[in-house]
Design a protein around this ligand. Structure first.
Ligand code: UDP
Length: 332
């Protein structure tokens, strides 16, 4: 199929672009490069632009005979969203709606949407199933939920077919080692821990050690970025063969504490990771673990990189080869 991938130069988008190309799809990436990296989108045609540019969208849909969209372009940091909700509503909701409208206008039928476990808020029970109430505790989760809600109504009224994938903690890198996680600023646990192992940071601050968990630190469900990418391709194939719109969680169903992640990183890298204990980070629930049975049953999704050591090992390969991340950052 001919597929437009918004945010295809970003972390999860670029891994999905690679999976699509491997599946013989033709990929056009639309990315404003505010956070993405040109080198990450190699293999696809990269168009620099924004989903708010409806004229550009109409032109791309027509020129490339686009049959489906995968929508990754969004702001995605919880803390930043609490400080700057306006930017999150504009980027994630207003620009997202512009994309939905352009798809309806052009008759592009399928959308795979990059959503998040942050739509659930503080869990009432774990593992979290798709039926869990959605009560986001920050604007990031709220804006992703808002677009999911719009997608449902657009589906009813205009026939748009969508699959929303609610990711837990995306991590790791393609084993090829040439694309990986590079955020500025970096806020995620695994890249930060590996930067300490590399000697690029003096220590890792553990946010809270008094949570009601076995070792007092937060527990998360880490899922390999290539397993996320594979789920996008499966979701599209399923819709193209007639499946109705749907929402799926994506995680491994196993939780690891911050200290367990640090230990795994020390084992994988054979380097010590110095730790300092700090305060809890506002908005962090103690435990987030996915119930992912639905996507296993309905799409036949199975993770290929489920173990924490495997996930950390692939991330480490990327960090070793790219200690300063993608090189074009300084040119922007
Ligand atoms: N974390 C930490 N120190 C850091 C960054 C993250 O202790 O410098 C913890 C964070 O509190 C959370 C877990 O690591 O419990 C995963 O955080 P991350 O930001 O990677 O993902 P999130 O769970 O926020 O999506």
């Amino acid at each position: 199929m001919n597929i437009l991938v918004t945010g295809g130069a970003g972390y999860i988008g670029s891994h999905t672009v690679r999976a699509l190309i491997a599946g013989e799809h033709r990929v056009i990436v639309l990315d404003n490069l505010s956070r993405g990296h040109t080198a990450a989108a190699r293999g696809a045609l990269l168009v620099r632009g924004d989903t708010s540019d409806t004229g550009l969208l109409a032109e791309l849909f027509k020129k490339h005979k686009i049959e489906a969209v995968m929508h990754f372009a969004a702001s995605s940091q919880v803390g930043e969203s609490v400080r700057e909700p306006s930017g999150y509503y504009h980027n994630n909701v207003v620009k997202g709606l512009a994309l939905l409208d352009a798809m309806v206008q052009a008759g592009v039928p399928y959308l795979v949407f990059s959503s998040t476990a942050a739509v659930y808020g503080e869990p009432e029970e774990v593992p979290i199933s798709e039926e869990h109430p959605t009560l986001p505790t920050n604007p990031y989760g709220a804006t992703k939920l808002a677009l999911e809600s719009a997608m449902r109504w657009y589906g009813d009224a205009y026939g748009l077919r969508f699959t929303s994938l609610r990711y837990f903690n995306a991590a790791g890198a393609d084993p090829a080692g040439d694309i990986g996680e590079d955020h500025t600023p970096e806020t995620h646990l695994i890249p930060l821990v590996l930067q300490v192992a590399l000697g690029n940071r003096p220590h890792l601050e553990v946010f809270g050690s008094d949570y009601p968990t076995p070792d007092g630190t937060c527990v998360r469900d880490y899922i390999h970025v290539n397993d996320l990418a594979a789920a996008h391709v499966l979701a599209l194939d399923k819709m193209a063969s007639g499946a109705r719109s749907n929402i799926y969680n994506l995680g491994n169903g196993s939780g690891y504490s911050v200290l367990e992640v640090i230990k795994a990183a020390e084992e994988v890298t054979a380097k010590p990771v110095k730790v300092k204990y700090g305060a809890r980070r506002p908005g962090d629930p103690a435990v987030l673990v996915a119930g992912s049975q639905k996507i296993r049953d309905e799409l036949g999704w199975e993770p290929c990189f489920a173990g924490l050591h495997t996930i950390v090992d692939t991330a480490w390969r990327w960090h070793l080869g790219h200690p300063a991340g993608y090189e074009e950052r300084n040119e922007r």
